[in-house]
Design a protein around this ligand. Structure first.
Ligand SMILES: Cc1ncc(COP(=O)(O)O)c(C=O)c1O
Length: 385
């Protein structure tokens, strides 16, 4: 009776099951994989949010498939402040970045078509593609200097490949898509007639100096995805966006077609659209606190890693750090032991980290006391395995 597109739900991994068992038994668990800003202490004052969500106009729906002009104007201003000129009519509001992916997959892919995604990368891409009956092909990212580069030998398209995704900066690696890799992706997209999808949700969390958006692209068909969940630390408001960058004639057609997808859903609530300009304008100080927390966590993590023969991989941006574990450690055994010690963290294999080395992925949003407690538990688990 049910669609095969949910096949990914079969075979839940043993670690998640062990974590759920521990939680069901009411035992404590320190979460080192925290991704909800509010759970990490980064919240907007409720009274300010309430005021932003009750602006004049909340009583009406203006059914513009691209979103209210005032909200799109604010998104255009967001890019202007980052040095990219983006026309308002090339912006579509969505309920989230994830929905942005779903709409672009609908726009570009028939069931069974393929999209190229980087590996390592975050596991939700697999789910989002499966829900649209889109197949994934992967290309590898390999460490180079202080960042990661595309392994060109693994960047291959087939007859049904429609798009190539990049994540700028990557989750969990925190690696930016630099000029050299933009050149690689441009050539590749041109050669195979593909669109590029650039996910920039973590762009505003650099660890050193500002990170460059790709929203000003003019040469190849390119969509930039982002949203308030990370940019304004407000995932609960459900507002994100798509920018259709690239050549003008292509963007005109892409937007005309995308409008049909958007019109079928009209996803974003009027209160969220009306609040968006203020949230984008006022988010700077909250983001700064997150950047400081991430830097503080990274320092604590580096000290812990050095003491235990581990190594924190260099990162350029984002909310996560990847720790390389000592040779011979088995990720799954370690993290199963960590759960018994009352600690939850993500193993590298959740993100497709290269085989041959063991990794653990730590959320840098974690408050200092919880990080300390979690790392102590992880250390005990390391000693046991
Ligand atoms: C790289 C990346 N893109 C997109 C998303 C989803 O963002 P949203 O909450 O706006 O759907 C996530 C969620 O963690 C993410 O890590």
């Amino acid at each position: 009776m049910f669609s095969g597109r949910l096949a990914f739900t079969e075979g839940v991994n043993a670690l998640s099951l062990a974590r759920d068992r521990r939680l069901r038994a009411g035992l404590p668990l320190t979460d080192l994989a925290l991704s909800d800003p509010a759970a990490a202490g980064f919240t907007w004052p409720p009274s300010e949010l309430a005021a932003a969500l009750t602006r004049p106009g909340v009583e009406r729906q203006e059914p513009d498939p691209r979103g209210l002009p005032s909200a799109r104007g604010a998104v255009a201003a967001y890019y202007a402040a980052r040095g990219a000129s983006v026309a308002e009519d090339r912006i579509f509001l969505t309920a989230s970045t994830s929905e942005g992916y779903a709409w672009i997959f609908k726009l570009l892919c028939a069931p069974g078509d393929e999209v190229l995604v980087p590996e390592p990368s975050y596991p939700l891409l697999e789910v989002l593609a499966a829900l649209e009956c889109v197949k994934l092909r992967t290309y590898r990212l390999v460490p180079e200097g202080d960042g990661w580069r595309i392994d060109r030998a693994t960047l291959n398209a087939g007859p049904r490949t429609r798009a190539v995704v990049c994540v700028n900066p990557s989750n969990p690696l925190g690696a930016l898509v630099g000029e050299a890799d933009r050149g690689v992706l441009r050539d590749f997209a041109r050669r195979h007639g593909l669109a590029v999808l650039c996910d920039e949700v973590f762009l505003d969390y650099p660890s050193a100096g500002p990170a460059a958006t790709w929203a000003g692209e003019q040469e190849v068909p390119l969509f930039v995805l982002s949203g308030l969940s990370k940019v304004a630390l407000a995932p609960q408001l459900k507002a994100g966006w798509i920018v259709a960058a690239g050549p003008a004639a292509w963007a005109l057609e892409a937007c005309a077609r995308l409008e049909h997808v958007a019109d079928a859903f009209l996803s974003v609530s009027t209160p969220a659209q009306l609040a968006l300009p203020w949230l984008l304008e006022a988010a700077g100080p909250l983001r700064l606190r997150v950047i400081e927390r991430c830097a503080e966590s990274e320092r604590a993590l580096s000290r812990w890693a050095a003491d235990g023969g581990c190594r924190v991989l260099p990162r350029q941006a984002g909310w996560t750090a990847v720790v390389a574990l000592p040779p011979g450690v088995d990720e799954e055994r370690l993290l199963a032991a960590a759960i018994e010690e009352g600690v939850w963290a993500h193993p590298g294999f959740f993100y497709g980290m290269p085989e041959g080395g063991a990794h653990v992925v730590i959320s840098l949003l974690t408050p200092p006391d919880r990080l300390e407690r979690g790392l102590k538990g992880l250390e005990k688990a390391l000693r046991r395995t």
